[in-house]
Design a protein around this ligand. Structure first.
Ligand SMILES: *Cc1c(COP(=O)(O)O)cnc(C)c1O
Length: 354
């Protein structure tokens, strides 16, 4: 694939890594490539970062045909920059594209786009542990018509944002409210893909939880409101006695790469991990009889996020005395060790940028 490169003539000043938030500062360049049925994916280019000019009838603005991915570039102590399981993000993006009838990108082309772009922007990767260069590939339907039909013109882009550590004040367990009104997704819908619409539909519950002093909601399934699905925009895991339970991928749950990695790390360590249905009734019973030892969310942003309190219909349950548990800490140490190159990667997950 030929990627044309236009370098910026006025490079921006790179921010100090201690002041970084999340997704506020962007690098000097962006990747773009367009799709039409006759040309396929074409016109791949890296250009200076700038606002997009978009037709007011563009499909994504009206009919929500937008998908995205999120992954990080990590700087190791020796200065090298590396990615964590990027092929998994590319495969998931194609699965998202398939669901919304957007064109898929052949894996080798998507990987070349990503690697070429990260190689060019890698100096923006901050160098303290916990910080990273957040990468945001995304694709949207870009037809210039209000007619409702499958997308003909699509645009794929990658942008990057140097981001601060998720845990600036140490890993503090969060309080989570179990949501019994809104649902995030239903089977047969779009819960298993990363599309913007899922986030839009989640905002109201998130806001209500925040008003009550909780940081996120625990989602129940969209049909019976009986089974545990996810926590905010993270997958969720529980240690109940000797079993580690995470909701199985029924179609309404996002197949997280952190979730998958946690399962593999735990199994290698000898834990019993079950991907199965977990009802709210069972979870409540496990809290009341003391079997629930740990609970945590997992996703690229936080790696793991321990849950210290769960609230259901104004009844509050404290988990592990509101402290991070042993398994949660083990997962955090193991995954961040591999990602920031502080420890060996026995799984072959990291991909250094040359
Ligand atoms: C992105 C996302 C996750 C986590 O996926 P990772 O690949 O681990 O980052 C979990 N749930 C939802 C709803 C998400 O959008």
């Amino acid at each position: 694939m030929n990627i044309s490169i236009t370098k910026t003539t006025c490079p921006k000043e790179k921010p100090d890594s201690s002041t970084l938030g999340f997704g506020q500062v962007f690098t000097d360049h962006m990747f773009r490539m367009d799709y039409t049925p006759d040309k396929g994916w074409h016109d791949a280019k890296i250009v200076p970062f700038e606002n997009l000019s978009i037709h007011p009838a563009s499909t994504v603005l009206h009919y929500g045909s937008g998908i995205f991915e999120g992954l990080k570039a990590y700087r190791r102590a020796d200065g090298k920059v590396q990615l964590f399981r990027p092929i998994e993000n590319i495969r998931r993006m194609n699965s998202s594209a398939d669901r919304l009838c957007l064109p898929q990108i052949p894996e080798d082309i998507a990987m070349e786009a990503l690697m070429t772009y990260v190689r060019m922007e890698q100096d923006w990767t901050p160098n303290t542990f916990g910080t990273s260069l957040y990468l945001r590939p995304f694709m949207f339907g870009n037809d210039e018509t209000l007619g409702v039909h499958s997308v003909q013109h699509a645009t794929f882009m990658i942008i990057a944002s140097p981001s601060g550590s998720y845990y600036k004040e140490g890993i503090n367990p969060v309080k989570i409210m179990i949501e019994d009104q809104d649902v995030r997704a239903v089977r047969g819908g779009t819960g298993y893909i990363k599309c913007g619409g899922n986030y839009a539909a989640s905002n109201r519950a998130g806001e209500r939880a925040e008003q009550k002093g909780y940081s996120q909601v625990l989602w129940l399934d969209g049909v019976e409101r009986k089974y545990i699905e996810e926590v905010g925009a993270m997958n969720v895991m529980f240690k109940i006695g000797d079993e580690i339970v995470t909701p199985k991928l029924t179609g309404s749950i996002l197949p997280g790469i952190t979730r998958k990695s946690c399962i593999e790390v735990l199994q290698k360590k000898g834990y019993k991990v079950s991907e199965r249905l977990l009802s709210l009734t069972e979870l409540e019973a496990s809290m009341k009889n003391g079997m629930l030892e740990e609970a945590w969310g997992c996703g690229t942003a936080a790696v793991v996020s321990p849950i210290g309190e769960l609230c259901y219909k104004d009844e509050k349950f404290t988990i592990n005395e509101g402290k991070i548990g042993e398994v949660t800490q083990y997962l955090y140490d193991t995954l961040t060790g591999i990602q920031w190159g502080k420890s060996e990667d026995p799984f072959g997950w990291v991909q250094p940028i040359d």
